[in-house]
Design a protein around this ligand. Structure first.
Ligand SMILES: Cc1cc2nc3c(=O)[nH]c(=O)nc-3n(C[C@H](O)[C@H](O)[C@H](O)COP(=O)(O)O)c2cc1C
Length: 331
């Protein structure tokens, strides 16, 4: 049991593992990442998926914008065209990202019609060539995030073929969401819950490719879960639990990195107030675009409801000053 081990011992054992907050579209934008970083100085953060089309033809600077405080931070790309992937990986590295990750796990229709995301698992040679092209032009690591399979793909051998082929590019890290993506009939949200979690498949792939790294993702919600997965895999990636209950990230940081000088909630709120003011000054960012990510900060604490309601109503009023956060903070 975790309680039997001293925090420092646990931290020493797990320090080298990759612990991260998952890429989540519309959730892990730069404001959210800044907030998560205040809570946890060491975990890796991932951007939302940014498509190569958006970077090649849209406002590239806006899509890549992030704060210095966010590091270490990875840019997740969605795309399949080899030269676009290479160009976008280069843009990401030049913008300062510490890792480029390719999305091979997203099941949404929009992504399928662009032939990327999870359906890329059907064409490992295209992924291998894309990753090779990216690795040829950047020095930062290029990693993959995938599922264990799609639809009725054969159990295990499909993933084995995928990893084996993509690894020919030199990529050595595969973050695996331990469930299949069912591309027909399920919404993206259902695809995060309904296909069953099969961590054993990830264990098997790790045994087959001992020189590659396999952080695992999907359904991790407690410190005990995190510890158990860190024992088995090369890292963990946590999504919804962190977003909905950001203070969980503090427990992760304390337990697995042994940090003991972490900021308290009030200090974090004060720093967020300064951040809100700065973002407004620089980019006219509306306060609500930032405070929406803070709604779960008091999850499970008396007074959480007032905090949530305050954010949902007051943050939308033009006359509200960011200091309102200190007024509605449960004490
Ligand atoms: C709102 C939302 C948006 C997501 N967007 C992305 C995305 O842009 N790229 C990606 O690879 N996965 C995306 N995911 C999937 C997560 O990265 C993660 O794989 C999934 O939520 C399972 O992890 P969890 O059980 O810890 O939440 C998203 C998940 C959520 C909840």
């Amino acid at each position: 049991m975790l309680n039997d081990l001293k925090f420092q011992e646990v931290a020493e054992r797990f320090m080298q593992k990759h612990i991260s907050v998952a890429p989540m579209l519309d959730w892990t934008d730069r404001h959210c990442r800044y907030f998560h970083r205040l809570i946890a100085p060491s975990v890796w953060l991932y951007t939302e998926m940014v498509t190569t089309g958006a970077l090649m033809h849209g406002d590239m600077r806006r899509f890549l914008r992030h704060s210095d405080e966010e590091h270490p931070v990875a840019l997740q790309l969605g795309g399949s065209d080899t030269s676009d992937l290479a160009a976008c990986a280069k843009m990401g590295e030049e913008a300062g990202y510490d890792e480029i990750n390719l999305n091979c796990g997203c099941p949404s229709n929009r992504v399928q019609s662009g032939s990327f995301g999870a359906c890329l698992m059907n064409t490992p040679d295209i992924v291998r060539d894309g990753v090779k092209a990216m690795r040829d032009v950047v020095d930062v690591p290029v990693t993959i995030k995938s599922r264990i399979g799609i639809d009725d793909s054969p159990e295990y051998t499909f993933l084995e073929d995928f990893v084996g082929t993509v690894a020919e590019s030199g990529c050595d890290t595969f973050i695996i969401h331990a469930r299949k993506a069912w591309l027909q009939g399920l919404s993206p949200k259902e695809n995060r819950d309904i296909p069953p979690l099969q961590y054993d498949v990830v264990e098997r792939i790790k045994d087959t490719f001992p020189d590659l790294k396999f952080p695992v993702n999907g359904g991790i919600r407690t410190i005990e879960d995190t510890k158990e997965k860190l024992e088995l895999f090369d890292g963990v990636m946590i999504g919804r639990e962190v977003y909905q209950n950001p203070w969980f990230l503090r427990e992760v940081e304390k337990t697995f990195y042994g940090a003991n000088d972490l900021l308290g909630k009030e200090e974090i709120i004060e720093k967020m107030i300064s951040y809100i003011k700065k973002q407004h000054e620089l980019y006219e960012t509306p306060m609500k675009s930032i405070t929406r990510h803070m709604i779960g900060l008091f999850q499970g604490v008396a007074g959480a409801r007032g905090w949530r309601q305050g954010i949902s109503t007051l943050a939308h009023k033009p006359e509200t000053q960011p200091e309102f956060l200190l007024d509605i903070m449960p004490r």
